[in-house]
Design a protein. Structure first.
Length: 324
């Protein structure tokens, strides 16, 4: 009898140990929030909404996008980093607050990579150097000549101090010997509006953000920072083609969760986002927005971000820039 009871307990234990965890079978059971640390209208917000819509269908729960802009995206990132690690508060953002800002600001309310769980990447993109169409600038050569003829008079708008749209042109100024003034905004969308309205002379932003203004003729594209030409603007030369390979930079969008989120939840989210990325028509949609698919696993994404952070740390040293 005792042997039988022990056998039954051992069998039950084996079954329980091999069964999926509660999180694997139950998650999600409520609305999932994807925090975007920028205002609506930019590329980060746009891609987040594309993914959220598809995740709502595949996960069987509402997935909503919540915009929490401010401080070059660090407010929204900090909010998620401090959230309960249960898979219901997620982060969708660009490189700005993940690998660029941490390179110039030591005292952030979060630490990369320790404060976040890396779910998966989604897309990469270059920045487009867009100038006000009111200026007599049509090429990179004309841009450099105009900037040198007007030292301290060219204002460039960005999505916030310490972000990619700030450091990229700051590094460009260093490399090219230009004197230009930075004007920060809460996100890339109002930064482009400033250029279109003549309140700033140029900006460096994602293709999907500047696209409507290029079509309207209020902003003129001069060059792309990408390693390759963007499919959205195939005639636009890269910085490498123009003779400035050190100004080549690609940025990225991806999903994160608070550190400590259960691995099975991370895996389920990773597979769901990757399913969106690999679905028929997604690549074509991304190309229309000037984006390239970036399909990395959680571990691969984490390694990718650390390498990018190291790259921006070197750039920050080169321009001698840091934030207290």
């Amino acid at each position: 009898m005792l042997k039988t009871s022990i056998g039954m307990l051992l069998t039950l234990g084996a079954l329980l140990s091999s069964a999926p965890s509660f999180a694997e079978t139950a998650y999600p059971t409520q609305t999932i929030r994807i925090v975007v640390p920028f205002t609506p209208g930019g590329g980060t917000d746009l891609t987040a909404r594309i993914v959220a819509d598809q995740l709502s269908k595949s996960l069987g729960q509402s997935v909503v996008v919540e915009n929490r802009p401010g401080a070059a995206s660090q407010l929204g990132i900090s909010y998620v980093a401090k959230a309960r690690p249960d898979g219901y508060t997620l982060l969708w953002t660009s490189a700005d607050g993940i690998s660029v800002l941490p390179a110039v600001k030591v005292n952030l309310p979060y630490k990369i990579p320790d404060s976040l769980a890396f779910v998966t990447s989604f897309a990469s993109f270059p920045l487009i150097l867009g100038v006000s169409s009111k200026l007599p600038i049509n090429t990179m050569q004309e841009f450099i000549a105009y900037a040198k003829a007007h030292p301290g008079q060219l204002h460039y708008s960005s999505s916030g101090t310490g972000g990619g749209g700030h450091l990229q042109p700051a590094y460009m100024a260093k490399v090219l010997g230009l004197d230009m003034v930075h004007v920060p905004f809460e996100s890339a969308a109002p930064a482009v509006v400033a250029v279109a309205g003549g309140h700033a002379e140029f900006t460096n932003v994602a293709p999907s953000t500047v696209g409507p203004y290029l079509t309207a003729g209020t902003v003129r594209a001069i060059a792309t920072t990408g390693r390759n030409r963007t499919s959205m603007l195939p005639d636009l030369p890269t910085m490498t083609e123009l003779g400035y390979p050190q100004l080549t930079e690609d940025f990225f969008y991806g999903m994160y969760a608070p550190a400590g989120t259960p691995p099975d939840i991370i895996k389920k989210l990773q597979e769901a986002v990757q399913a969106v990325l690999r679905a028929p028509g997604t690549t074509e949609k991304l190309h229309s927005l000037g984006l390239e698919p970036l399909d990395l696993s959680s571990d691969e994404f984490k390694d990718f971000v650390i390498k990018d952070l190291n790259r921006w740390t070197e750039i920050a040293k080169a321009i001698d820039f840091h934030l207290d």
